[in-house]
Write a protein that binds this ligand. Structure first.
Ligand SMILES: [Fe+2]
Ligand SMILES: [Fe+2]
Length: 348
C-alpha cells in the first residue's frame, strides 16, 4: 500500500460521485480515483490499483454487487475492502453483499460523518507484526501439505456421507480443467483443485437419518439437506489459508444457479462467486455421470447435452463453454477415477 490511501469511487450518478469525492479528499492522506462507468473500469482492470473501493449499489449496466464480485475474483483485490452505497438496503441485499465479499453496506443518502469514519477505519495504520492483516500465502512446506489436510477432512466427512469417495476428487479435477480453460491464473487453478473436494463437507453436520435415507427426500428433508451449504461454509470460513477461504466460498455457493433459482441465497449470475459457478458445473456433471441409489449413470454425451441446454439458466454460460472445451481431459479423468464397482467407467 502506498503512503496515501487510494480510494476508488464508482457511481454513475455524477452528483453522488462528486459528493463522495469531496468527503474523501477532506480526509488526511487520502486520494481518490473516480469512475462513472463500471464496464470501463473492468475493461482496464490490469492497470487498476486501489486500497479501498466505494461502489454504488444501483448502476447500469453493472450493479455494485456484481462489480464487487468481479473485483474480488481478481487475486490482487481479493483482500481490498469494498463499501457498497445503497438506497434503502434490505436484508436480501445485505446478504448478497456479504456473499460477494463486501465489507460494509452504507445507506444513501450518505451520512458524511459515518462515511468518513468508515473510510478512516481502513486508513488507520495497522500493526506491522500481525500476519492477519496481509493476504496470507502459506509457506511452501505448509502448502505442500494443504492437499493432505483437505483429503483427511474429505475422508472424515465421507465416513458419514453416502457419496462415493471418488466424487469429490473428480469434481476437483473437473473444476481445475474448467478454470484452466477459462484462462484463469495458475494460482487460481491450483487453489480450486485443492478447495473443491470440500464442497459437500457440510453434510457431516446433518443427521444420519437424513444422509442414509433410501430413495427420494420429502420437501422438508430437502430443505434440511440444503443446509449443508451453510454448515460447510460455517466450518471452513475465517481461515488464513487461501485454499480454505475458497473452499468456504464453494461450500456456500455450489448450488446457486445462474438464473437465481438456486440455494441457499438465490444469488444470480455474477453475484455468485466464480469458484461457486465453476463447482456447480463440475458437481452436476459428476452427479449425472455417476450411479446413484435413485438413478442410473448418464453417458458423457447426455451429460454434456444437459449442461449445454441449461447454460444461461442453471449454469454460467462461460463456464459451460470452458467445460465443453475440456471434453477429452474430462473423459480421461472420469475413466481414470471410477467409483468402486459401480459401472462409471462403462458409462463413458
Ligand atoms: Fe452439495
Ligand atoms: Fe457434490
Amino acid at each position: 500500500m502506498s503512503a496515501k490511501l487510494s480510494v476508488l469511487i464508482v457511481d454513475d450518478n455524477r452528483t453522488n460521485l462528486a459528493l463522495m469525492d469531496m468527503l474523501v479528499r477532506k480526509l488526511p492522506d487520502c486520494v481518490t480515483q473516480l469512475q462513472t462507468d463500471p464496464q470501463l473500469l473492468l475493461a482496464d482492470l490490469g492497470r487498476l490499483d486501489y486500497d479501498v473501493a466505494v461502489l454504488a449499489a444501483r448502476m447500469a449496466p453493472l450493479d455494485g454487487i456484481t462489480l464487487a464480485g468481479r473485483l474480488k475474483a481478481d487475486q490482487r483485490f481479493r483482500d481490498k475492502p469494498i463499501l457498497l452505497a445503497a438506497d434503502d438496503p434490505d436484508g436480501g441485499m445485505r446478504a448478497r453483499a456479504l456473499a460477494a465479499g463486501i465489507e460494509e453496506v452504507l445507506e444513501k443518502p450518505i451520512n458524511p460523518v459515518e462515511f468518513r469514519a468508515r473510510i478512516q477505519s481502513f486508513a488507520r495504520p495497522r500493526p506491522q507484526a500481525s500476519p492477519w492483516d496481509e493476504p496470507y500465502t502459506a509457506p511452501a512446506d505448509v502448502m505442500a501439505h494443504e492437499d493432505e489436510y483437505v483429503s483427511t477432512l474429505v475422508k472424515v466427512a465421507g465416513c458419514r456421507d453416502r457419496e462415493s469417495p471418488q466424487h469429490s476428487q473428480r469434481v476437483a479435477r473437473y473444476c481445475a480443467i474448467l478454470a484452466h480453460n477459462l484462462g484463469l491464473p495458475e494460482e487460481f487453478c491450483r487453489d480450486i483443485l485443492h478447495a473443491a473436494p470440500l464442497h459437500d463437507i457440510g453434510k457431516a453436520g446433518l443427521s444420519d437419518a437424513l444422509l442414509r435415507k433410501p430413495g427420494l427426500l420429502s420437501p422438508e428433508e430437502r430443505r434440511e439437506m440444503e443446509e449443508h451449504t451453510r454448515i460447510g461454509h460455517a466450518m471452513l470460513k475465517g481461515s488464513r489459508s487461501r485454499v480454505f477461504r475458497m473452499a468456504a466460498e464453494i461450500a456456500l455457493t455450489h448450488h446457486e444457479r445462474w438464473n437465481g433459482s438456486g440455494y441457499p441465497q438465490r444469488l444470480r449470475a455474477e453475484q455468485i462467486p466464480l469458484s461457486g459457478r465453476i463447482a456447480a458445473v463440475a458437481d452436476v456433471f459428476d452427479a449425472l455421470t455417476s450411479l446413484r441409489a435413485y438413478k442410473t449413470a448418464w453417458s458423457i454425451a447426455n451429460a454434456f447435452t444437459y449442461l449445454h441446454d441449461n447454460a444461461g439458466e442453471q449454469f454460467d454460460p462461460a463456464c459451460v463453454a470452458a467445460f465443453e472445451n475440456g471434453r477429452e481431459e474430462i473423459a480421461a479423468v472420469m475413466l481414470a477415477m471410477p467409483d468402486p464397482d459401480d459401472g462409471t467407467a462403462d458409462a463413458a
